[in-house]
Ligand binder design. Structure first.
Ligand SMILES: [Zn+2]
Length: 486
């Protein structure tokens, strides 16, 4: 289900229109949704948001979205964009915020009680973006441009946000280009649009692309030169899509895991690749992280589309197991792929079996980017299904990924990018070891049949995934046996 949300692009008081300053925040690494990302303050609409009267609003829906945007801005940064608030002292605003946060007062009740009102003319609509379908949580977010009121300074309220700062939009883009920050497409679009200055056609420029009108983004560039292009695949729930990655320079494109068997999705991907090629690039290779159908389902169709002999590359163990896809080039552990053109990009293959025998990750050491395939994903869990899956190998692979230095972002086969790599990999390792300890405990208490172990150990998951859990239990039992612990 797609939920309504609102966000505020807060402009500094009297900012230079030629190079405006905006307030951006860094989301806590602990958040399941876009943890560690840079973004604008905002969040989900509350039921009570619609009870606020917003003067000059063109319709009730817009009024609700403005009310939600104003509330989120107040809750997250302590900035209150309401008429009448100019009469409040800083201390009074803080106590209002406390009333709201503690639940002593509702948002509509608070505005009414202190004789405050919202006015739609303070909130300039700047687009409506829908989270792509690859995400565990999806939002239809309305963005509003707001001038920070005089005598109010934003301050991040601890919790969901780590920190925040005023930043020149040109500096923000430079930081993204350097790979220092991770951001989603609407944030980047807003920064780029503002960086061209606050002009008469500013709103027009904000709204000039279809994605700003609720059409989900297909081209997602969490980091420069790495396009994440989710395609619909017959994959395992909760995932519905597999991420195809296009890594490009001025001259070449590498395509990782074109996984969709569906015509419409293959056509959409082909169109994106055609656009990149029309700008003077050439597809160098199609690379497979591993053999699963949701990662290779579109390879033959894409090769046909590209007409020219675009080679397919994969690990030996993937090549051997694939029957209807011809692998032209074998990739071994530690092989280096150096792209021609600008900027310089080098990817080092890392053989990481466990989920699949020939599984490869790809490491861009210069940028701290790791393409993780299905070893670590942004949505759902990783299936270790023997005999293709092996728990000893998998944990070793996670340790090996963990040991790579300078990681800044993980780009997984499903779900959004992960901006705190080491925390994420640790979470994966700990989760497996905790399960294993419980399985060992169950076996020692006399439970010996895998299905019974599942119901004893997997008390926190829906019975729907018991089948998958059983495969994991078997993988853990194999590991414990090999290690002589059973
Ligand atoms: Zn897989």
């Amino acid at each position: 289900m797609i939920k309504d949300a609102a966000a505020v692009i807060l402009l500094r008081q009297n900012t230079n229109p030629k190079n405006p300053e905006v307030y951006w925040v860094k989301r806590s690494n602990k958040l399941a949704f876009l943890g560690g990302f840079h973004a604008f303050p905002g969040g989900q609409i509350d039921a009570a948001d619609s009870e606020v009267e917003v003067r000059n609003a063109p319709n009730p829906v817009t009024a609700t979205m403005i009310s939600g945007a104003a509330r989120e801005l107040f809750e997250e940064l302590g900035v209150l964009v309401a008429h009448g608030s100019e009469l409040l002292t800083r201390g009074q605003r803080a106590s209002l915020l406390d009333d709201l946060e503690s639940g002593r007062m509702s948002w509509p009740g608070l505005l009414q009680h202190y004789d405050l009102y919202l006015d739609a003319s303070d909130f300039t609509f700047a687009g409506r973006w829908v989270t792509p379908p690859f995400s565990p949580r999806r939002f239809d977010t309305w963005f509003f441009l707001v001038n920070c009121p005089n005598k109010q300074e934003p301050n991040v309220v601890p919790g969901e946000l780590l920190n925040g700062e005023w930043i020149l939009t040109t500096d923000a883009i430079a930081r993204w280009t350097r790979g220092d920050v991770t951001a989603v497409p609407p944030t980047l679009h807003a920064l780029k649009t503002l960086a061209s200055g606050i002009t008469a056609d500013l709103v027009h420029r904000f709204l000039s692309i279809p994605q700003a009108h609720g059409e989900p983004t297909r081209r997602i560039e969490f980091r420069p030169n790495y396009i994440c292009f989710p395609v619909r695949t017959p994959t395992r729930p909760p995932a519905t899509h597999t991420n195809c990655y296009l890594v490009y320079t001025s001259k070449e494109i590498l395509i990782f895991d074109p996984g969709s068997p569906y015509d419409d999705e293959q056509a959409a991907l082909a169109k994106m690749i055609d656009e990149l090629q029309a700008e003077g690039r050439k597809v160098r290779e199609i690379i497979l992280t591993h053999l699963h159908p949701d990662h290779v389902g579109g390879v033959n169709a894409l090769q046909k589309h590209l007409a020219a002999q675009t080679p397919v590359a994969a690990h030996t163990q993937t090549a051997e197991a694939l029957t209807d896809i011809r692998v032209d080039r074998l990739i071994e552990d530690r092989d280096l792929i150096r792209l021609r053109g600008e900027p310089a990009i080098e990817l080092r293959a890392v053989h990481t079996p466990g989920h699949a025998r020939g599984h490869l990750c790809f490491h861009d050491a210069q940028r701290g980017v790791l393409l993780t395939g299905d070893n670590v994903v942004g949505l759902g869990s990783v299936l270790i299904d023997p005999p293709q899956g092996n728990m000893i190998d998998y944990l070793k692979s996670l340790e090996r990924m963990r040991a790579l230095e300078g990681l800044r972002i993980l780009l997984g086969g499903h779900g959004p990018a992960m901006a705190s790599p080491y925390e994420k990999i640790d979470e994966y390792i700990n989760h497996r070891l905790e399960r294993e300890a419980k399985i060992l405990e169950a076996v020692r208490s006399g439970i010996t049949v895998p299905t019974d172990i599942v119901s004893a150990v997997y008390t926190d998951v829906s019975p729907k995934v018991y089948g998958m859990a059983e495969r994991s239990v078997i993988a853990h039992l194999e590991k414990l046996e090999t290690e002589g612990r059973l």
